[in-house]
Design a protein around this ligand. Structure first.
Ligand code: PLP
Length: 384
């Protein structure tokens, strides 16, 4: 199998699986319990917290584990909006992941004024639109660090500076950036930042929210006193241990891995452009997470391409993992100005640790044939 969908999820690293299995066998204590087996688990969770914090340039006390990246996004948005009842406006970008976008829509239905910032043709947020939208009533600005669909990297440092000038806190969903580009909370200057373990070769069902010390935030989940009273619910202890280990592995091999993966992705992008007529590359040519390669193949339905590739054991995606089953046109591709039929012809290939030069060679052999065959069936004339 050739897996080209690392933005949807990644295989669990063997070191992570080993660490989680050993933990599950040896430790069942509740980290909130005061006797030794509980204390021990708390200590182990704090080691994981330390790893996660260090990799983000944060302090250990600024990391709050959650049940997913989605929960961390919800926590950041609902938690800041509720903490500032005198502010009734929210700003998000138009190309956010549904975890942010649907949270914003939910608040909009409750009467909040939400501004969806437009992006340019490469998917970069327009800063003038941000300046225009900010008011003293803005509770939060939330813009993702990098797009899950097209990889475009946002100017988060500038966004944070612009928002902070008006006294508005900033959240960034760094789920797709973490582990692929440097993510340092102090350099970015954000108040809140989301990450998720299963995008960095860790387990599913665990995420984290960085909360800068002093940020005004109320709990999103209500219940016990876990996570220093901010995130109720007994911790996913094995998941957190796996998250910590995934981050440790990332630190150990990331610097070697990333240039190799980016080189493969560049070869794939170049090969597609050279071998297949009339393709359209979606996303920023340089300022993006390079492992994400999104192309439109005008005249075709992306699903037909995806299914043809699947018969060759090549896994790609037609958009974000969450929209796979919906008929809707990608809101991200629409926001960068694609016509619906072009958006519907787009597939995303996202490379990762599992990929090799041989994988790229196979895709560059199979994909042009598939496109040619499908275009013949659909009577598409590339000279048109
Ligand atoms: N944010 C982005 C940008 C994502 O790509 C994803 C996952 O696809 C999420 C949030 C949600 O993370 P999780 O799957 O951990 O809920």
């Amino acid at each position: 199998m050739i897996y080209l969908d690392h933005n949807a999820t990644t295989p669990v690293d063997p070191a992570v699986a080993d660490k989680m299995c050993a933990f599950l066998r040896e430790h069942f204590g509740n980290p909130s319990s005061l006797y030794p087996i509980g204390r021990k688990v708390k200590e182990i969770l704090n080691e994981a917290r330390e790893h996660v914090a260090a990799s983000l340039g944060a302090a250990r006390g600024e990391i709050f584990f959650t049940g997913s990246g989605t929960e961390a996004d919800n926590f950041a948005i609902f938690g800041t909006v509720e903490a500032a009842p005198e502010r009734d406006e929210l700003i998000v970008s138009a190309i956010e992941h549904p975890a942010v976008l649907e949270s914003a829509r939910s608040l909009e239905r409750r009467g909040l004024k939400v501004t969806y910032l437009p992006v340019d043709g490469y998917g970069t947020v327009e800063l003038d639109a941000l300046r225009d939208a900010l008011t003293p009533r803005t509770a939060l600005v939330s813009v993702m660090t990098a797009s899950n669909e097209i990889g475009t990297i946002q100017p988060i440092e500038r966004i944070a500076a612009i928002a902070h000038e008006k006294g508005v806190p900033v959240h960034t969903d760094a789920v797709q950036a973490f582990g692929k580009i440097g993510v340092d909370v102090r350099r970015l200057g954000v108040d809140l930042l989301t990450i998720s373990a299963h995008k960095i070769y860790g387990p599913k069902g665990v995420g984290a929210l960085y909360v800068r010390r002093g940020t005004n935030l109320v709990p999103f989940l209500h219940g016990g006193h876990q996570e220093r009273n901010l995130r109720a619910g007994t911790e996913n202890t094995a998941g957190i241990v796996g998250f910590g280990e995934a981050v440790r592995v990332l630190e150990e091999r990331g610097r070697k891995d990333i240039p190799r993966i980016e080189k493969l992705a560049e070869a794939l992008k170049k090969g597609i452009e050279e071998r297949i007529p009339k393709v359209r590359f979606n996303g920023h040519p340089t300022n993006r997470v390079r492992s994400t390669v999104n192309f439109a193949f005008p005249g075709l339905e992306a699903e037909a391409i995806l299914l043809s590739l699947a018969t060759k054991d090549i896994c790609v995606s037609t958009g974000s993992a969450c929209s796979e089953e919906s008929e809707e046109v990608s809101h991200v591709l629409t926001a960068i100005g694609l016509r619906p039929e072009i958006a519907r012809s787009s597939i995303r290939m996202s490379l990762g640790r599992t990929n090799t030069e041989e994988d790229v060679a196979v895709v560059l052999r199979e994909l042009p044939e598939i496109i040619e065959k499908l275009r013949k069936i659909s009577a598409f004339d590339p000279k048109d």
